[in-house]
Design a protein around this ligand. Structure first.
Ligand code: ACO
Length: 214
């Protein structure tokens, strides 16, 4: 069963799901061992909760137990948000978190999709996560498909995501999203030439992907 938006009384269950299935397992997080499976992560939880509060997310529930088994956490990006987010990031203490989000924010600032598509708001799928016991059955694709309906109903023109792994890239491409930026993780190195995000195979690139809805 699917539910959208995610009701407030399920926010904690979503966070628990993410601790076990996303925070440690998303390819970039995994490459820097941002946290261990099941472990809380203050900054990621704040990021997830503020996204849930935008009221555009979709969750999948186990029909028998009612347990959260997948989520698409979708939020609104307003023009100017990225500058504010960068400033907030500078005050944070987790070095790896800063490195990951610093990269994503700066790439998005450079791309400036607001000017490119002449919009003030963008619908952003920030977290796509499926319980490891239920993967490979099309659940994430269905969460993305339903997210697109949510975006259309709310009147958004641009749907975007920073797809950090191959599976989310495949899903987005199959739903008609186009890649507007691509970076091979092996090309992103520090001054010494070391790869910063040594992501697990087959997750070799970061793609910023977009679908125009109207
Ligand atoms: N091996 C090979 N291919 C796979 C695998 C696998 N283990 N898992 C999924 N795929 C492929 C599928 O075959 C499918 O491709 P196809 O349409 O060409 O057949 C595609 O990936 C998507 O399959 P779904 O079944 O819809 O995806 P699933 O429900 O398994 O969830 C997800 C995918 C969300 C990426 C899951 O693996 C996950 O939670 N991973 C950890 C968190 C993560 O990395 N999330 C994405 C980060 S980007 C972002 O959040 C915006």
């Amino acid at each position: 069963a699917f539910s959208t938006p995610v009701p407030e009384d399920r926010y904690h269950d979503v966070i628990v799901h993410l601790r076990h299935n996303f925070f440690a397992d998303e390819p970039i997080n995994k490459s820097v061992e941002l946290c261990q499976p099941g472990e809380p992560h203050a900054e990621l939880e704040e990021h997830s909760l503020s996204t849930l509060r935008d009221g555009l997310s979709v969750m999948a529930l186990d029909t028998e137990t009612g347990e959260v088994i997948g989520v698409a956490l979708n939020g609104v990006q307003h023009m100017g948000d990225l500058n504010a987010a960068q400033e907030k990031l500078e005050k944070m203490t987790d070095g790896s978190f800063k490195q990951i989000f610093g990269l994503l924010y700066s790439l998005n600032q450079t791309l400036d999709l607001f000017s490119k598509y002449e919009v003030e708001n963008i619908f952003e799928c920030r977290i796509l996560s499926v319980d490891s016991r239920f993967r490979g059955r099309g659940l994430a694709k269905e969460l993305m498909r339903r997210s697109e309906e949510v975006a259309k109903d709310a009147g958004f023109k641009v749907f975007k995501e920073d797809a950090t792994g191959l599976f989310s890239q495949k899903i987005a491409a199959s739903l008609g999203h186009e890649t507007v930026y691509q970076m091979e993780y092996s090309s992103y190195t520090n001054k010494e030439g070391d790869i910063i995000f040594n992501t697990p195979s087959p997750h070799n690139s970061l793609k910023i992907m977009v679908k125009l809805l109207q």
